[in-house]
Design a protein around this ligand. Structure first.
Ligand SMILES: *[C@@H]1O[C@H](CO)[C@@H](O)[C@H](O)[C@H]1NC(C)=O
Ligand SMILES: *[C@@H]1O[C@H](CO)[C@@H](O)[C@H](O)[C@H]1NC(C)=O
Ligand SMILES: *[C@@H]1O[C@H](CO)[C@@H](O)[C@H](O)[C@H]1NC(C)=O
Ligand SMILES: *[C@@H]1O[C@H](CO)[C@@H](O)[C@H](O)[C@H]1NC(C)=O
Ligand SMILES: *[C@@H]1O[C@H](CO)[C@@H](O)[C@H](O)[C@H]1NC(C)=O
Ligand SMILES: *[C@@H]1O[C@H](CO)[C@@H](O)[C@H](O)[C@H]1NC(C)=O
Ligand SMILES: CC(=O)N[C@H]1CO[C@H](CO)[C@@H](O)[C@@H]1O
Length: 666
């Protein structure tokens, strides 16, 4: 005890020449390091983000604080208290924010599209980040293992939280503790305390509504964590938020911080006013001014709204009732014209049967976007597409290409995605001018595609059938991660039911046989297309290649043939010159065959494929896994049976196929 006390005093003394804390009960005139869109409102609140999409905001205390005696020393105790408000437009989804301790006051890796602006998608988890965060997250990112859409998490160099707990506070009365849930995005102020004990290496996070003054007990999170490897000797403290595709605004109303001491209590009676006063606060002078101001703003908004509508009418961008729901951002046609320099030829990055894709640069943020223009759409298609765009826009996964927004003009539909400078997978596989993808890269790309499909099929609240999985819809980011794109054709349906559609839209060579027969898309047909992509990447050739010998023309048939002759590795991409892990190559080819099996119900699920590729389940050597064999409806599953099934590629007569299809779902 004595030693600890001495150490503590020593630590305090050593750091005495540096600041040991600060407190703000209003941010008026505060000298903060602001970055992105963050600003101090006229009322003195710190506003981290704006009520718009794709914005990022950081706010840090401007001076470095000392967290250690020496670079290799132990982290001092520290304590902070703050009050925050999250206002979200969408009751279903919105982005969160984080308290951060970082070596830089700018968090250069942070992105406006995701991850709270704390780390970039590629730098997530990198020990070099040296970022400690406590996230207040209002979105459930399945790929980050989030538990729900209202949680508090401890982030160590990574937004995949080390500890995460649903937001709540506890009250102890008469020796009995009750836990109360609390909604982070209720729009009500919430107070947070983060206390770190540098000797015990204990981190406590407590939150409570501001009506309950003082730390409630026990803390929401109380966990042992050593921050010494993460924090450097001198660090900045602050906040980070990004909105991604959601509309949300984050405010900090008061903040105190202390090294080796308790953060000063905040004066809750004098917190600055923030834009949405609650009626329970009573009509103070400030809110009176607010009401008057907001009436003026409302009147101006109505007038500008009318002007806008009239103008839009002129531009033939008529807003229809069904477009008005919250969803991804609707861009104006003019915005997209400006960003693509009026769709100039040198901005064209791709074209095909669907229309053209242009590269654009957003004038305010400098962010690069890809604008896909589809002309000549029927009214019915547009209506259907736009009714689904709000679902599509809420999907987020590290291997999905984020949809940023859309625009409609007469029968033309413009869809805006994040721009991927490395282009699509087919270019990398077949275009001689791009450097050869090695096996490790290919395997990584395939794992990404499979995990994106697993998310669509099983991990989102509705089943999403992509319907057009193919190499040209798989884009690569600068770190060669795959991003599955083009939800132009994707359709959602409730879990457990099949999709019905009247026209077939998928791409030749990737289309499951039952789809061309019945016109129905299911998760099984996505699995089929994914199987073709697996084969395509392993063999380095297109699914249908008319320049080849007749028996080699259809990729999947050729691979089956080589497999049944026991010469499976003969199909491996010759350009790899044998530079691959044989077991992996064999497994990818076998899974490709299983996925592209003609009988839909016999194909594995994306979950199984994911487990095989990740090595969670060992892949049986030289044979199809038993569970797959059992699936094949009790039939004798000799190789000949496979081959003859493929002879009948487009008109599979097996009654099993139809049965499986109708009784399908999950
Ligand atoms: C704000 O803080 C920075 C960093 O400490 C300092 O350089 C600057 O002079 C300060 N500005 C004001 C107005 O105090
Ligand atoms: C959390 O971090 C500790 C080290 O501080 C580590 O041992 C533990 O495995 C991590 N837990 C998770 C779930 O990441
Ligand atoms: C509180 O939230 C948790 C997790 O979201 C949930 O399981 C629980 O039912 C909620 N309790 C109440 C009383 O709403
Ligand atoms: C954290 O909370 C526990 C009770 O759960 C308490 O005993 C401990 O002193 C707290 N530590 C700090 C640093 O506040
Ligand atoms: C759209 O249809 C019009 C008339 O039917 C035709 O002239 C035009 O070329 C079509 N545009 C595209 C991009 O298909
Ligand atoms: C399946 O058929 C093959 C040859 O067509 C035969 O050798 C094998 O014994 C059969 N298996 C079963 C379980 O009927
Ligand atoms: C920056 C700031 O607001 N400092 C205040 C911290 O609290 C003490 C006492 O309550 C004030 O005197 C400081 O002005």
């Amino acid at each position: 005890m004595l030693l600890q006390a001495v150490l503590l005093i020593l630590a305090v003394n050593l750091s005495a020449s540096y600041e040991t804390g600060f407190n703000y009960s209003s941010f008026h005139g505060a000298n903060l390091s602001l970055n992105g869109v963050s600003e101090v409102t006229p009322s003195g609140a710190l506003q981290l983000s704006q009520f718009s999409q794709l914005v990022i905001g950081h706010a840090f205390y401007p001076n470095l604080l000392q967290f250690k005696n020496s670079p290799s020393g132990n982290v001092f105790s520290f304590s902070t208290a703050f009050v925050f408000v999250i206002e979200a437009a969408d009751v279903l989804a919105s982005g969160g924010f984080a308290f951060a301790i970082s070596p830089s006051s700018k968090l250069e890796g942070g992105q406006s599209t995701q991850y709270l602006g704390l780390v970039g998608i590629t730098g997530n988890g990198d020990p070099k980040n040296q970022v400690f965060g406590v996230e207040f997250d209002t979105y459930k990112s399945v790929d980050l293992g989030d538990i729900d859409d209202n949680h508090v998490g401890i982030d160590l160099n990574s937004v995949r939280s080390n500890v995460s707990v649903s937001a709540a506070y506890s009250m102890t009365k008469d020796y009995e503790t009750t836990k109360h849930n609390i909604s982070l995005k209720s729009g009500d102020p919430i107070q947070v305390w983060i206390d770190y004990d540098g000797i015990e290496k204990m981190l406590n996070v407590t939150l409570s509504p501001i009506q309950i003054a003082g730390r409630t007990k026990p803390p929401l999170i109380s966990t042992r964590v050593d921050l010494s490897p993460i924090l450097q000797e001198f660090m900045y403290v602050g906040f980070s938020a990004s909105t991604g595709v959601f509309l949300a605004c984050h405010y900090i109303l008061g903040w105190s911080f202390a090294i080796n001491g308790r953060a000063r209590d905040l004066d809750l009676s004098h917190l600055p006013w923030y834009p949405k006063p609650k009626s329970s606060r009573g009509i103070s002078k400030a809110s009176m001014i607010g009401i008057i101001l907001s009436s003026i703003i409302l009147a101006m908004a109505i007038i500008s709204g009318i002007v806008y509508l009239v103008k839009r009418q002129r531009d033939e961008e008529i807003v229809e009732e069904w477009e008005l729901e919250y969803g991804p951002h609707r861009f104006s046609y003019k915005e997209l014209c400006d960003s693509t320099k009026n769709f100039r030829e040198d901005r064209l990055v791709g074209s095909g049967g669907f229309g053209k894709v242009y590269r654009g640069v957003m004038p305010d943020s400098g962010m690069q976007i890809a604008v896909k223009c589809e002309a000549n759409n029927s009214g019915e298609f547009l209506r259907e597409f736009l009714s689904e765009i709000s679902i599509i826009g809420r999907l987020r996964h590290r291997n999905l290409l984020p949809l940023l927004g859309w625009c409609k003009r007469k029968t033309e539909l413009l869809i805006v995605y994040e721009y991927m400078p490395y282009g699509s997978l087919d270019k990398h596989l077949f275009d001689e001018s791009t450097p050869l993808l090695n096996w490790e890269q290919r395997y990584h790309i395939l794992k990404g595609v499979v995990s994106a499909l697993l998310y669509l099929h099983e991990q989102w609240e509705q089943v999403i059938v992509h319907r057009d999985v193919k190499a040209s819809n798989i884009l690569l980011d600068t770190d060669m991660n795959s991003r599955l794109g083009d939800f132009g054709l994707a359709r959602s349906c409730d879990h457990g039911t099949n999709m019905h559609t009247t026209h077939v839209v998928g791409s030749l060579g990737y289309l499951a046989p039952e789809v061309s027969r019945t016109g129905k898309y299911t998760t099984y047909s996505d699995v089929f297309s994914c199987g073709i992509v697996l084969l395509e990447v392993a063999c380095g050739r297109r699914p249908v290649d008319v320049r080849r010998l007749p028996e080699e023309m259809i990729l999947v048939d050729w691979v089956w043939k080589c497999f049944s002759e026991g010469k499976l590795l003969n199909v491996a991409d010759p350009r790899l010159k044998g530079g691959f892990v044989e077991e992996e190559m064999e497994m990818v080819l076998m899974i490709g065959l299983m996925c592209s099996y003609p009988v839909p119900g016999a194909r594995p699920s994306m979950r199984q494929v994911c487990q095989y590729l990740d090595g969670d389940i060992p892949f049986p050597k030289n044979t199809l896994p038993n569970d797959i064999l059992v699936n094949i409806n009790g039939k004798n599953d000799s190789f000949e049976a496979h081959i003859s099934a493929h002879d009948d590629f487009f008109y599979l007569s097996s009654s099993g196929g139809t049965e499986f299809l109708l009784s399908g779902g999950r």
